[in-house]
Design a binder for this molecule. Structure first.
Ligand SMILES: NC(=O)c1ccc[n+]([C@@H]2O[C@H](COP(=O)([O-])OP(=O)(O)OC[C@H]3O[C@@H](n4cnc5c(N)ncnc54)[C@H](O)[C@@H]3O)[C@@H](O)[C@H]2O)c1
Length: 286
């Protein structure tokens, strides 16, 4: 039987590189996907012939679609694991002073930079869409079950006031895996989970911040691997947001139902939505 195949985005550095390296030791063939060709090539070379580098900008749908096609073909028409991990922090502050507020030629306020939404959230959604397509087409080569992991953040459970767009993107990831996970596991044997790391020393923050950060508030990369191992070990574990702090992993539930009516709307109303929509030829308003 052929080896299982994994894509890890943002794998040239930090959390992605640690996960790619870990999967390589677990007999996966690994695609290192990253924007940065020099660190990406070096990361793939460090893992030997069972890894390859594919340059990709996950914020471009076409670039990510090419990544998945190439990875599937390189893997012998199979894809088993995807870690949608690439991420950036906010490139412009919502709170900037009036001197930074600009208008265009028409006098319209120029938009706030929301690159974080494209890289951290939109790419995760499209990544799962692409992953499902290729997992469904992996059976002949020995696959057909999938594990999808997205990188959220502690900012997807709490807030980072200094990074509001980033916070929104990471909350989005948590909501997305909680909603999509149970259905995709039931329909396609694809588990969908998220990791929510606290502060892990990587290349995401500038070295000046790393130098100032208190050692007791650091989470090691090994904690991320504990969560990955938990996902790999259990084909029923899905829709989970797993907080990583220091040496520990915590399986976080969504907020408690306010009352029985909210629980019913959330858990039991699905049949009504399906029955109602079945009566309309097209979903109006979509
Ligand atoms: N380090 C932390 O403390 C921490 C905490 C919570 C969440 N995270 C999240 O973890 C993930 C990984 O970050 P990291 O800390 O390992 O950072 P990192 O900067 O070390 O690695 C991120 C990698 O993503 C790549 N990348 C960035 N934009 C990309 C794009 N558009 N397409 C493809 N690749 C792209 C970068 O080139 C880099 O190699 C991110 O989603 C980040 O938001 C990190």
């Amino acid at each position: 039987m052929s080896q299982p195949v994994a894509i890890v985005t943002g794998a040239a550095s930090g959390i992605g590189l640690a996960v790619a390296t870990h999967l390589s030791t677990l007999n996966y063939r690994v695609v290192i996907a990253d924007l940065n060709p020099s660190t990406g090539e070096a990361a793939a070379a460090s893992l030997g012939p069972s890894a390859t580098f594919i340059q990709c900008d996950v914020s471009s749908y076409t670039s990510q679609a090419r990544l998945f096609k190439q990875a599937y073909e390189w893997g012998g028409n199979r894809l088993d694991f995807c870690h949608a991990n690439a991420g950036v922090d906010d490139r412009q502050l919502l709170y900037d002073g009036m001197d930074k507020e600009e208008v265009d030629d028409e006098g319209l306020v120029k938009p706030l930079n929301t690159k974080t939404m494209q890289v951290n959230l939109e790419a995760v959604i499209q990544g799962l869409w692409l992953f499902k397509y290729y997992v469904r087409r992996s059976k002949e080569a020995g696959g057909g079950k999938g594990k999808f992991v997205a990188t959220s953040s502690a900012a997807g459970l709490y807030v980072m006031t200094q990074n509001p767009q980033y916070t929104a993107s990471k909350y989005g990831v948590v909501g997305f895996v909680r909603a999509a996970g149970p259905v995709l596991t039931a329909n396609d044997s694809i588990t969908v989970n998220a990791i929510c790391p606290a502060f892990i020393p990587t290349n995401l923050p500038p070295p000046e911040i790393l130098a100032l950060w208190p050692k007791e508030h650091i989470t090691p990369l090994s904690t991320a691997l504990k969560a990955i191992d938990a996902f790999l070990a259990d084909d029923a574990m899905t829709g989970q947001a797993v907080e990583l702090s220091q040496e520990n992993i915590y399986f976080r539930k969504h907020v408690e139902w306010a009352n029985e009516s909210q629980r019913w709307c959330g858990e039991d109303s699905g049949k009504i939505w399906d029955a109602g929509y079945a009566k309309v030829p097209e979903k109006k308003g979509y």
